[in-house]
Each structure stands twice: as structure tokens, then as C-alpha cells.
Design a protein around this ligand. Structure first.
Ligand SMILES: CC(C)(COP(=O)(O)OP(=O)(O)OC[C@H]1O[C@@H](n2cnc3c(N)ncnc32)[C@H](O)[C@@H]1OP(=O)(O)O)[C@@H](O)C(=O)NCCC(=O)NCCS
Length: 314
């Protein structure tokens, strides 16, 4: 890999935190981490942060930021890589990442991962940079879609959705305390996947669009949503008893939830869970053609050269 940087570019590790002059180079959510970069001080989740900075003279022109988890067996994560637009395609991001990788090796990280979302113009360049740095080819992890509540009504599954016999839809805020306890304790509710337990997502759910389904006196499914920004509803978690899901009973649940949002002017977002690949296929084939935005989150990873690292992989 070429290491011919423009002569006046200097790349150095952050040693004692980074100031506001670097904040435009990371996502807003990562800005509070800049002050910790290179200090060895942990944040609330006990992670530490390392960064490599590129400057021309005193002027910041590029930054790569990584998170080192408190668990030494976990992969370090590249949180962001950025180079000022006029200086792109000169190898600066590649050098930032290579040098940050050396810092992470010294810190003992067994592996590095990078997670990013497609749909932005820079993705080709980002993937090229990771490839040049020896990362494995990108792997799709989740699919994120953004849609108006009206758009899915053009999907075949929406039009074909039928309620199972004897089933009714109810507003999730009408779930009774008894039903809630039954879901948490009854052997008849043991089909609920731990990642999809609705009570884990109860806090602050959207009372308008969060719905459940009852059948024969039991709660058999739910779609629990949250308003995550003004005018933006996230479809957070949905689940259906497997025998009913196999007969398409999830669809009338989604339809009921969407209908409650139609005409309100909100946008919706949904990110598939990494654990359930069939959902990725469904969203790609049956939803993406009809919606405003469809993007993938992709993961790249690279094993770092430590004798102690026997075999963990993404
Ligand atoms: C992605 C980014 C960091 C790359 O920085 P950079 O300093 O230009 O990267 P490098 O010069 O080291 O490498 C860029 C590579 O991508 C290639 N590239 C650029 N645009 C490309 C495109 N549209 N298609 C294919 N390859 C492309 C370049 O040719 C170069 O590869 P090469 O050396 O084989 O020619 C920079 O474009 C950026 O800051 N983008 C905006 C921020 C962003 O999206 N960051 C990532 C999200 S965390």
C-alpha cells in the first residue's frame, strides 16, 4: 500500500484528548468521546478511545477514532474515519487507519471491526480504504429502511394481509398487568425470543402505533414502536407466535400499526436484527422496492497479529 502522503501532512496519535476543532470530523453522537481520546480515561461503559489525527501545520484535516472495549477479548471498533474533502484520494485515510491499527495492536486488541451504513457517496472510498488496510470483505449485517406509513401499502404482503380467525388487534397501552405477567412467566409464552421480549422495550413506546394481537384470550404478537425524533417513528420490536407467523399473521399486525400512522405526516424507520437473516431477505425483496430509503449496515473485520489470539472471528 502506498505511503506517499502529501509532504506537509503530519499524522500523530491523540495523547491528551481532542478539542472542538475536531468535532466536525465525527458524528454528533461521537463528539463527547473526543475529549477522552488517548487519555486512557474510560467512559460510562468502561471503553477507552484511541485516535490518530492528521494535520497540515496546525490545521486538522483528518481523523480516525476507535473504541477499545473494557473486555480485552472484544474487538476494537473503528468509530469513524474522515478526511477533509480537498485532500481525499491522497492516501491519508489509509495511513490514519494503518497507524491506528498499530496503536490497537499495542493496546492488545485481538481484532478490529468497522460498521458502516451504505447509501452515502463515500462508501466506495470507505470500502476501498478498509480493503487496502487488509480487512476482510464487507459482510451485510442488517438492513435499514426509511418509509412513509403510506408506502408499504403498495407491497403485496400489505394487500394480502388477513387476520387469523378469532384474532383482534389492541393498542399496546391496553395490555393488562395480568397479560404482561403471563407473557413473562407462562410456559405457554416460552416461544418468545429473548431479544424480542416486549417488556424490554416498554419504556416510552409510541401509544399511537404500538399494537398487540390477541387470539383465543392470549396475547400472540406485538409491534412496539418508539418516537425517536420529532416526526420519526422507529419500529423497534415485533414478534408473533411461530405457528401464527408461519400463516402470515405478522402482516395484519404491521398493517394495523402502519394504518394508525397514515395521514399523520411522520416518517418511519426500521432496522432488521442481525440475529434473524430471513428478515433481511424479506425486507430486501418485499419492502425495499417500495420505500424511500433502503440501506445496509456492513461489517468489515481484521484479525490482529497476537500469538494469544486463537480464533475469534466476526
Ligand atoms: C472515506 C474517506 C475517509 C477516505 O479518505 P481518503 O483519504 O480519500 O482515503 P484514501 O486516499 O486513503 O483512499 C481512498 C481510496 O478510495 C478510492 N475511491 C475514492 N472514491 C471512489 C469511488 N467512488 N469508487 C471507488 N473507489 C473510490 C480511491 O481511489 C482510493 O483508492 P486507491 O488508493 O486504490 O486509488 C473520505 O472520503 C471521507 O472522509 N469521506 C467522508 C466521511 C465518511 O463517509 N467516512 C466514513 C464513515 S465512518
Amino acid at each position: 500500500v502506498s505511503s506517499h502522503l502529501p509532504l506537509n501532512v503530519a499524522i500523530e496519535p491523540a495523547l491528551d484528548g481532542l478539542g472542538d476543532e475536531w468535532s466536525s470530523m465525527v458524528f454528533p453522537a461521537h463528539r463527547p468521546l473526543l475529549a477522552l481520546a488517548g487519555t486512557g480515561r474510560p467512559d460510562a461503559k468502561a471503553s477507552r478511545y484511541l485516535a490518530r489525527c492528521a494535520r497540515v501545520g496546525h490545521e486538522p484535516i483528518g481523523l480516525a477514532l476507535a473504541e477499545l472495549s473494557a473486555n480485552p477479548r472484544d474487538a476494537a471498533e473503528i468509530l469513524s474515519v474522515y478526511v477533509a474533502a480537498p485532500l481525499r484520494n491522497g492516501g491519508i485515510a489509509t495511513r490514519l487507519l494503518q497507524e491506528l491499527e498499530q496503536d490497537l495492536v499495542r493496546a492488545g486488541a485481538p481484532r478490529i471491526v468497522g460498521v458502516y451504513m451504505t447509501g452515502k457517496p463515500a462508501i466506495r472510498a470507505v470500502e476501498r480504504v478498509f480493503a487496502k488496510c487488509g480487512f476482510d470483505a464487507p459482510v451485510r449485517r442488517t438492513i435499514a429502511v426509511r418509509f412513509t406509513p403510506e408506502e408499504p401499502s403498495r407491497c403485496v404482503w400489505y394487500q394480502k394481509a388477513r387476520m387469523p380467525d378469532g384474532a383482534t388487534i389492541f393498542a399496546w397501552n391496553e395490555l393488562t398487568a395480568g397479560e404482561r405477567e403471563w407473557l413473562q412467566t407462562s410456559p405457554r409464552a416460552s416461544w418468545i425470543h429473548p431479544e424480542l421480549q416486549p417488556w424490554r422495550f416498554d419504556e416510552g413506546f409510541d401509544p399511537v402505533s404500538s399494537v398487540g394481537m390477541r387470539k383465543d384470550g392470549e396475547v400472540v404478537g406485538w409491534a412496539v414502536n418508539h418516537v425517536i425524533a420529532p416526526g420519526l417513528v422507529r419500529f423497534t420490536v415485533a414478534s408473533m407466535r411461530p405457528d401464527l407467523a408461519a400463516r402470515g399473521a405478522s402482516f395484519p399486525l404491521y398493517v394495523a400499526s402502519l394504518q394508525r400512522l397514515q395521514g399523520t405526516g411522520v416518517m418511519c424507520t426500521f432496522v432488521t436484527a442481525a440475529l434473524f437473516p430471513p428478515m433481511n431477505r424479506f425486507i430486501l425483496r418485499r419492502v425495499c422496492p417500495f420505500v424511500t430509503f433502503c440501506g445496509e449496515t456492513r461489517v468489515v473485520s481484521k484479525r490482529l497479529g497476537h500469538a494469544a489470539d486463537a480464533g475469534s472471528h466476526a
